[in-house]
Ligand binder design. Structure first.
Ligand code: KMT
Ligand code: NI
Length: 172
């Protein structure tokens, strides 16, 4: 895992876009993001899931050859959104980037690779892209049956109760 400010330069979303300004784990903690390094440790993943009452999961292999509608899906993953549940992802292979908004509404880019487990709080604005290798294999953990809808950022998400709760926790 590596976290840094997104450089906001135009160009392929799959490039690193590293501004050179990095963030520490405690910076991510302030945003409510949890990260664990759990290489080949499905037991720990199972424990974290059951502690949080995440009963369902699926596996996704994001690559042009394995994911039907790859281009469209990658575009949607990269559209800024929030969820009303935590987003929990465990990377099984390849790599990718989650971008999250910080307090100043700047993009923070988080690079994940095999063995990384990340928990993003409900209500945080974020987006996802694969990297230049075009390959991310991940376990997606869900609370209930794939009731997990991305809500695109807009006026309605700014007043979403889960968004408001998140801001209260983040900003006090
Ligand atoms: C998301 O929320 O954008 C995703 O689930 C992306 C695929 S999981 C690495
Ligand atoms: Ni999401």
């Amino acid at each position: 895992m590596k976290a840094y400010y997104f450089d906001n330069l135009p160009g392929d979303q799959r490039l690193p876009h590293d501004s050179g300004r990095s963030l520490s784990p405690s910076d991510l903690d302030i945003l409510g993001i949890k990260h664990y390094e759990l290489p080949d440790d499905l037991e720990s993943v199972d424990r974290i899931a059951s502690e949080r009452n995440y009963k369902n999961r699926d596996q996704i292999e994001i690559s042009p050859s394995t994911l039907p509608g790859y281009e469209e899906k990658v575009k949607n993953f990269f559209h800024e959104h929030l969820h009303e549940d935590e987003e929990i992802r465990y990377i099984l292979g390849g790599g990718g980037y989650f971008d999250v908004r910080n307090k100043g509404d700047e993009w923070v880019r988080i690079r994940l690779e095999k063995g990384d487990l990340m928990i993003m709080p409900a209500g945080i604005y974020h987006r996802f892209t694969t990297d230049e290798q075009n390959y991310t294999k991940a376990l997606r953990l869900f609370k209930e049956d794939p009731k997990w809808t991305p809500l695109k950022r807009g006026e309605d998400t700014d007043i979403n109760p889960f968004r408001k709760d998140y801001l209260k926790t983040r900003d006090g």
